[in-house]
Each structure stands twice: as C-alpha cells, then as structure tokens.
Design a protein around this ligand. Structure first.
Ligand code: ADP
Length: 771
C-alpha cells in the first residue's frame, strides 16, 4: 500500500513521505487491512525491524487527530527513552509526548497533559494504583514486546495492566506488538484482536551454522544459500573472533552473544587486537576520545578494561555496566564507531541495535537449578533477528557456532527450522497474585471474593487455562486474601460487626473504579471487602504486601524488645523483604558472613537458629547483600565493593536504588503506623541513594555533588550550603574542579563572575595491556 492512499490525514501522510517512507511493507499493509486505522484491536506478530513501531505510530496518530490520547507500554526503561525520543518528532504535527520514569509511588497528573505517554508496565500499574485520572481518557494503548506475557517477572503485571485498562475504558483500542510466537492467535483472541502474522523482513537474513572454517547459511523461506570460507585469525585462531574479523574487514559490524558477563568481556578482549588492525587513524583517534569518556567518569577496574577495549573498536555490554557506560556503548555502535559488541542475551530483548553479522557464540547457558541448558528458540530468533541493518546492509547473517560436526544438524533443527515456544501465563502463583489482589480491591475493581474472581477471569491466565483456571484462581485468591486480612491490609465485613465496616476510620474506599458495591449479605463469597489505610498505602507504594508485613512485624518486634537499631539492623531488614534482590553465597563467603553475623547479632532483628540450614543459608544471603549496602553507605569506593562482591557498577546501583526505594516505603508505612523508627528509614533512604554517611547529607543533596566530592568538601571544612563563601571559590574549585564548583555556587545563588579559574582536563594515563 502506498502511504499516499492510506485513510489518514494529509499532514500525517506528508510527515512520513517527507521522511522517505513511501509505501508500506507487506505485513504493514496486512495490519492496515485488518482494521488498524479503524480502531480495531490488532496483534502484530512479525520479525524485528519489519516496521512494528510504524504501525503503532499510525494508529496513535489516527486517534490523536480525533482528539484521543495514547499510552505506549514498554518492558524496559531504556526502551522507553528510545521510543520517547522517536515520538518527540511528532511535535512537528502538534502532538506532545511524555515519558514516565519517576518512582513507582506517585500519581502523575501532569504527565496527562501529553498526547502520547511512554511508560513501563510497572509504572502504568502504579499510575492506576495511584488513581491517575487521565488513564481513563486513553483511547489507544500500545503494548510493545507483548510476548513477555510469558516472563515470570514481568508477565503477570503486564496481564493485569491490560485487564485494568480494558475495565477503565472498554472501548480502548489495543495494539499489541510481538516477536513471532507459536500461539499468537490465542493471545490475540484473548484481547479480542485481529491477528497479523508474517515472517517477511526488509533485509535478507541468512541463518546458518559455522563449523571448521566454513559458514553455511540459508534464507529460510526462499532456500537461497550462501557459503563463506572464514580465514582463521588472531592469537588463538578462534572461530568467534575470526567470524567477527571477517565481517568487519568487509565493512560490516558485529554483535556477539555469549552466555555470561565474564565471557562477554573475555570475547571483547580477545577480538580487540584483531579488530584494531582494521581501523583507520581517524577512527582510532575518535575511539580514544570515547575511552576517556569512560575513564573520566569511573575509575573501577571494569571501566578501565572497557576503555581499553573501546580504543580497539570493540566493547562488551551487560547489566553490570553503569547506565552511562551502556548508553555510550550503544550510541557509539549505532554511529558505527564501535565495530563489535559482545554481550549477554539481555541485549537481544532490548534495544534497536542491528548489525550485519550476529554471532551466537554460546547456545548453552548455565542455570543454577537445571545445569547447562540450551537457550530457548524464542531467544535465538530474537538474536538472529538483529542481523542486517535495514537500508544499510545488503543482507544480514546470523551464525551459530558448532564445535562438533554432529552439532550442525542439531542446531539447524533445534533453532533455524524450529518454531518459537508458545507464550504461557505466569499469573497463577501466589507470589504474583498477592499484590494484584490487594490493588484490585484498593482501586475498587472488586469489592467481594466473587467480584475478585470475575476480575481475574479477564486475565490471559484464565483465558489460556479455561474452566480449570477458575478453581485454581479461587484457591490462590483465597490464600492471598487470608494473608491480607491476617496482616490487617484488608477487612472482610461478615455482617457481624466484629471487624470494621466502611464507616470505620481505618478503612479506605476508592472512588476510582466502580464495581457494584454489595451492602450486606449472608453469602461468604459476597461479603464486602475493603482495604485498610495501611493496605491502601501498600498498594500505592507498589510494595509487595509480604514485604510490608516483614517490615511492620519486625519493627514491632524491635519496639517491644526495646532494641537499639543500627545501620545493619535496617539494611538487613530491607534485605529480608521480597522486593529486594539478593546476592548469592559463594563458597568463600560462609566464614566472613557468619563472623559478621556473630559480631552484629545484637542488632539483627530477626536471626534464624544456626542449625536450621536452609533458613540460615537464606539469612546469610540477606546479610551478605546488607553488607554490600553497608559498604556503599560507608563510602567505600565502588572499585573496592566491585572486587569484594564480584559485582559491577550497574549492580551496585541496582541494589542501592531498590534498597533506597524500600527504605522510603518503610518510612511511609512506619509514619502511618506511628512508629518512632520512621525517621531512621527516611535518613537511610537518602544515604542509600547517594552512598554516603549521614554527615554528608546536606552536601550530597546539592545537585552535581556526589559522595566523593562531598567527602572532599566536608574534610576541608565545608559541611553545609551555608559554609560556602564567595571568597572560598578558588579553594573549592581546587577541590572539586572549576566546572562543578561554578555549578555549585550557581546552585546556592552566589555570583562567581569575578573569579576566573581555567579548566584543565585530567587525562588518565594510557592503560596497560590486560595482563
Ligand atoms: P520493529 O519495531 O518491527 O523492530 P521498526 O518499526 O523500528 O521495526 O522499523 C525499523 C526501521 O524500518 C525503522 O527505521 C523504520 O523507519 C523503517 N521502516 C518501517 N516501515 C517502513 C516502510 N514502510 N518503508 C521504509 N522504511 C520503513
């Protein structure tokens, strides 16, 4: 279909035609014919880069022209930024875009002034819980990467969000975008959507296997074949490095998927010296500048290794990197400066980073429960699908590496010819449902057990499991409710006046959604249910109710026992909550962590008996994580924490951010329950956020002053905002650099124009080789 013939406004047509898009790709035409522009629900299950985003855009713009409002739901924050940047281009058409990256416990009414809002599914769920009013005005919701319904962590929330949005506005148009999956029809039927499936791609993709110096690839549907002899190069004459060198020598870029962070970095180190030999002098100079951007911002060992790799035109990418580092690597790869990224599979699911050749260096992965496992077909397809940059590469190639001859046929059968797995709902577990049961009552989507069941019958879980799911769901919902009632987050009004009723001060009711209210009844499953003030707060804070009860119960215990709470008490309590991710115990950890437990036993609120091994083992994992956080708030340098715990900067950030969020939630819960410990949690929240001691809080709260600079200033006698006098500017500039000093003085409102201090950029010395 030519864009010119589409039933859309002239200005939207011109917007696309001016950007060089003249006609729709075949699967795009299919989606339009299926009713995409007429407000129909559509599920689009087509390969990466075949233009899913464009379809979502067309549907959104169509609705915006008619006065609608759109919500674009993504799984990852990084993806939210990518989409937001793109949609900001619609400003030309008079439409505003907004991105919601804030904390999970806020109502964000201002965001609703935008026409398109981009947010993660957790954020949307939290906006619903906080009763953000513009949500009921949403006319189109786009669900990006909807196959993640299958994910244990993300799927349940995504299902609930879809179910709630449909309840808020039954006329909402759903556009679901998915990688190719086996049961797309089933997912579409659940959403009452037309299903558009295709394996068409804009760039030819050869999928194949490398073995013993030869890559044999094939375009699946046309059976067109290619054979390439690969010259073995580099120190170890390794297959992966040689395949990468071959692509880059011929003007392409390479993505390499490995199965661990260590292997990702290891591959980059091995490939670096070979790739460097293909770089021009100009390229090397540019890369040198990039590498300084890394070492200027971080002095960890990992940052040094990354910087050295980048000088050679290669990089590694995984969740251990800081977000700055990841962004720099992605941007430089897209700009063609970095020629190769070796990464863990996380990259495949995320960003739009195509390359001419994709090398799947490892198709087995270690799983702590099941040992070495082959990666799922879905994951393979997502990796392979990254091969070939549309309009830039003549073709794409994805290469599986076989080390034994018999693996060649196996890999072809198990991956290249195979269909991706079906998407399966993970909502049925108590751990997934507990929080959603609470929020469903809190927001007024249901007021009785029967209404709860009705609500959950709208989920994909119920649709997929059919009749049987009703029994399963009922059991799990009842278990969740028992817990919520027991922990005083919910109240069930049995009409005997034994528990609170709606008029009771402790009970919150919500006007947000209106399930039919039941007043009094004798039927057990029709007894009215309410959330208490605490329950409603827990829902809004987005905390797992189990986490909330762990905090409240333990603090009550501490209060009763008149315990003196230390930093370790608080940090360990935070690590006991289910919302906190924990470090694993390694064999060398048992002695030091157990010793630490013994030294601090008076301050640990809840310590299991040593002889109960499973529980004690779990406790040690909590304590180990608490020790990491303790190092962080005690201003131990990141490099030392990295080495002690074998984690990356990105991990330290993740641990501290999550812990800080839980500390904030704890403070608010304790404040509501009138506990004197609330203040301790508020201080801890900020200390965790900045990684600093309590003394430094006045300084780290100043923008641009991190914990390292704050410590330098503090030691030199500058202990708060008030301490900075105009005459000290030169001293301060000497301590933290003139640029930041200027920013600090501006922030405080002191004019420094009379002082001139020249910026001299400190360059790190050239790194040595890796060994
Ligand atoms: P997906 O979301 O399926 O991975 P995108 O929507 O990001 O793919 O599309 C990939 C690229 O193809 C984008 O750069 C987009 O501008 C371009 N594109 C999409 N549709 C067309 C089209 N019909 N004609 C030309 N280019 C297109």
């Amino acid at each position: 279909l030519p864009v010119d013939n589409l039933p859309i406004s002239e200005r939207v047509k011109n917007f696309y035609m001016d950007s060089g898009i003249q006609k729709l790709y075949p699967p795009q035409s299919k989606a339009v014919l299926a009713g995409l522009l007429e407000g129909k629900n559509v599920l689009i299950s087509i390969p990466t880069a075949s233009g899913k985003t464009l379809l979502a855009e067309l549907a959104m713009l169509q609705s915006l022209e008619q006065g609608g409002k759109c919500l674009y739901v993504v799984p990852l924050r990084a993806l939210a930024s990518e989409k937001f940047r793109r949609f900001s281009e619609f400003r030309e058409l008079g439409f505003r875009s907004g991105i919601s990256t804030g904390d999970l416990d806020e109502r964000d009414e201002n965001l609703g002034t935008n026409d398109i809002i981009v947010a993660t599914s957790e954020k949307v769920d939290s906006l619903i819980r906080n009763e953000t009013h513009w949500l009921s005005q949403i006319s189109v919701v786009v669900l990006d990467e909807v196959h993640l319904l299958d994910s244990k962590d993300r799927g349940p929330t995504l299902e609930i969000v879809i179910t709630k949005l449909r309840r808020l506005n039954p006329k909402i148009q759903i556009i679901a975008l998915s990688a190719t999956i086996q049961n797309s029809k089933e997912v579409a039927d659940w959403m009452k959507a037309e299903c558009v499936v295709s394996d068409w791609r804009p760039t030819k993709l050869y999928e194949g296997v490398y073995y013993d110096g030869v890559f044999e690839g094939e375009v699946i549907h046309t059976r067109e074949k290619v054979t390439r002899e690969i010259e073995l190069v580099g120190k170890g004459k390794e297959a992966g490095v040689s395949l990468a060198a071959d692509a880059i020598r011929n003007g392409g870029q390479c993505l390499v998927f490995t199965n661990s962070r260590k292997n990702a970095a290891g591959f980059a180190k091995k490939a670096g010296p070979v790739i460097q030999s293909y770089l021009t002098v100009e390229e090397q100079a540019e890369l040198m500048d990039l590498s300084y951007e890394i070492t200027d911002r971080s002095d960890t060992d990992a940052a040094k290794v990354l910087a050295i790799c980048i000088r050679m035109g290669v990089a590694f990418h995984h969740a251990g990197l800081s977000s700055d580092q990841r962004e720099l690597v992605e941007k430089s790869f897209l700009a063609g400066k970095i020629k190769l990224i070796s990464s863990t599979p996380t990259l495949a699911a995320g960003l739009n980073l195509p390359a001419r050749r994709v090398i799947i260096a490892a198709w087995r992965r270690y799983d702590s429960n099941e040992g070495m496992q082959m990666i799922p077909v879905m994951e393979y397809k997502q990796m392979a699908g990254r091969a070939g940059r549309p309009h830039l590469d003549p073709y794409g190639e994805s290469v599986l590496i076989a080390t034994k001859e018999e693996d060649i046929d196996k890999l072809k059968e198990m991956y290249i010819e195979a269909e991706p797995e079906a998407v399966e709902s993970k909502l049925g577990a108590e751990n997934a449902l507990r929080t959603h049961v609470l929020s469903t009552i809190s927001n007024g989507f249901a007021y009785t057990r029967n209404q709860l069941l009705d609500f959950f019958k709208g989920t994909f879980f119920a649709y997929q499991r059919g009749l049987l799911s009703t029994i399963a769901l009922k059991t799990v919902i009842d278990t969740c409710l028992d817990f919520l009632i027991e922990s005083e987050m919910c109240v069930e009004d049995k009409g005997d006046n034994s528990k609170g009723t709606e008029s009771d001060d402790s009970v919150e009711t919500s006007p947000f959604v209106t399930a039919d209210k039941i007043n009094s009844t004798k039927e057990k499953d029709d007894y009215p249910l309410y959330t208490t003030k605490i329950g409603s707060l827990v829902s809004k804070l987005y905390l797992d109710p189990l986490s909330a009860s762990v905090i409240l119960d333990n603090i009550e215990k501490a209060e009763n026992e008149k315990m003196k709470l230390t930093d370790i008490s608080l940090l360990h309590l935070i690590c006991m909550t289910t919302d906190m991710k924990l470090l694993y115990m390694k064999s060398g950890d048992y002695l030091p962590v157990t010793e630490f437990a013994a030294e601090n036993c008076d301050h640990i609120i809840s310590m299991p008996p040593v002889k109960n091994s499973a529980e004690f083992e779990w406790f040690l994992g909590e304590l180990k994580t608490a020790i990491l956080l303790y190092r962080w708030i005690s201003e131990v340098p990141e490099n030392e924490i990295s080495k002690e715990f074998d984690v990356g900067e990105g991990d330290i950030r993740q641990f501290s951010e999550t812990a800080s969020w839980i500390a904030n939630a704890g403070a608010r819960l304790l404040k509501m329950s009138g506990s004197p410990y609330a203040g301790l949690f508020s201080d801890m929240e900020i200390r965790l956020q900045y990684g600093a001691s309590i003394q430094l809080l006045p300084l780290v709260k100043i923008r641009g002053i991190g914990r390292v600079r704050a410590r330098k200033l503090y030691s030199a006698g500058f202990k708060s905002k008030e301490a900075f006098k105009p005459a000290d500017f030169t001293t301060v500039a000497g301590l933290i650099g003139p640029k930041i000093a200027k920013q600090l003085y501006d922030e405080i409102g002191i004019d420094t124009s009379g002082y001139v201090v020249k910026e001299t950029r400190k360059r790190t010395p050239r790194g040595d080789d890796f060994d």
